[in-house]
Design a protein around this ligand. Structure first.
Ligand SMILES: Nc1ncnc2c1ncn2[C@@H]1O[C@H](COP(=O)(O)OP(=O)(O)OP(=O)(O)O)[C@@H](O)[C@H]1O
Ligand SMILES: [Mg+2]
Length: 139
């Protein structure tokens, strides 16, 4: 069960990626995984803007943070499209393909739900018991 959760919509523009990063660092400021969470959301928000209908005129994406005592779940819901989030093996494409590889390396687990009308790409970060206690006391 989550201790708290927050969601916020962002316009699907490149400038919103910085705003989404700030949203994460603001609400996870005292958590030891704050920087990792920021990096993950940055990659997922960038993908939403670059690869989905969220990046079209008037498009939006939704960032959700769900925190429990020992874990933080991060999700970015986009407005869909024909492409599918796909981790490319290292070295296959010099032009990109590092974002989801990075997310898969940083997160304890990650995944995709939804379909071409809108997908949530999510990542779960576990927090150690001592670290979680410290984060909770500083909220
Ligand atoms: N939210 C998404 N919806 C649909 N397709 C996606 C989404 N995110 C990623 N993809 C697809 O998965 C591929 C791999 O994504 P990834 O973030 O690893 O690389 P990239 O965005 O192409 O490049 P980089 O992140 O290194 O700048 C993308 O090229 C795109 O085709
Ligand atoms: Mg990417």
């Amino acid at each position: 069960m989550s201790a708290w959760w927050l969601s916020r919509h962002f316009l699907g523009s490149p400038a919103s990626i910085t705003e989404a990063r700030r949203f994460v660092t603001r609400f996870l400021a005292n958590w030891p995984i704050a920087e990792t969470a920021e990096l993950i959301v940055s990659e997922l928000a960038t993908n939403a803007v670059r690869h989905t209908a969220s990046g079209a005129f008037g498009g939006r994406f939704l960032v959700t943070i769900e925190a429990a005592h020992d874990r933080v779940w991060l999700g970015v819901l986009d407005e869909g499209g024909p492409r599918f989030p796909d981790v490319r093996p290292c070295g296959q494409d010099d032009e990109g393909g590092r974002g989801l590889l990075l997310v898969s390396a940083l997160a304890d687990s990650w995944g995709v739900s939804g379909d071409e009308r809108g997908r949530t790409v999510w990542a779960l970060l576990k927090v150690g018991p001592v670290a979680a206690a410290g984060a909770a006391s500083c909220q």
